[in-house]
Design a protein around this ligand. Structure first.
Ligand code: FES
Length: 242
């Protein structure tokens, strides 16, 4: 089956997967403890519950999985070139942190919390105003492609450099999701680095989260049993990016 259609028929839901403990201390540095937080180490899965390996990812397609909470979306993107390394970034208050770079073969795979640091736009099951613009395309937010764009107020972020702000009203990078690849080539998520907006998001979108998850507690549940990765246009019925 062709890979794109394989992902297209993804059904919603997660499958049981064993969790391995993983110590991340010392792997990344942030000069402010608030900018780095470990969560459950969670295996990424395709829509059949198979461990997600790099071969299945198409370059420059925006994929989404929920992490570290059941309702918090993240982007997974395999770039068309290796990501940069050791990028120094700052949150809105000036605290610095170091983004180490991409993972996988050629270090092209990156992941970010898909909650816009400006006013928290994010993909939901109905629509998304956020997504990656391939290199050869352009958007209203930025002069070049190869960027993540939030069409709500036209912020653009550079996925090659830790989602640094390139344009628009956002004042800080998107938070990054720390990934690693095990000896079998399977992707895992284990932490969040940068200015995550999870608690503002839970507060601001309570009615929406109740609608989609029935119960706010379910929306705030930490993911622990595997995170299913879907293309953005499967995750959200409508994708609006310009
Ligand atoms: S919410 Fe993303 S640019 Fe305003």
């Amino acid at each position: 089956m062709e890979r794109r259609s394989f992902f297209k028929i993804c059904a919603k839901g997660t499958l049981l997967v064993a969790i391995s403990p993983f110590l991340i201390e010392g792997y990344l540095k942030a000069d402010d403890g608030r900018l780095f937080k470990s969560f459950n180490r969670v295996k990424l899965l395709d829509c059949y519950g198979n461990p997600l390996k790099e071969e299945i990812l198409q370059e420059e397609v925006t994929y989404v999985f929920n992490y570290p909470y059941a309702s918090t979306p993240c982007f997974l993107i395999k770039l068309s070139e290796p990501a940069a390394k050791e990028i120094k970034l700052r949150d809105e208050e000036g605290s610095e942190y170091i983004w180490k770079g991409g993972v996988g073969k050629d270090k092209k795979v990156v992941a970010y919390s898909a909650i816009c640091p400006h006013q928290l736009a994010h993909p939901n099951p109905n629509e998304s105003f956020l997504g990656y613009i391939p290199k050869e395309k352009k958007s209203m937010a930025y002069k070049e492609g190869g960027v993540i764009v939030c069409a709500s107020h036209l912020s653009a972020f550079d996925p090659k450099t830790g989602a640094k702000v390139l344009a628009g009203p956002a004042k800080e990078p998107m938070a990054s999701i720390i990934l690693d690849v095990d000896e079998e080539g399977v992707f895992w998520a284990s932490a969040v680095l940068g200015p995550a907006k999870f608690f503002d998001y839970f507060k601001s979108f309570k009615p929406e989260l109740k609608e989609f998850y029935k119960n706010i507690r379910k929306a705030k549940k930490l993911v622990s049993l595997g995170a299913v990765v879907k293309p953005l246009d499967v995750y959200s019925k409508e994708v609006v990016i310009y």
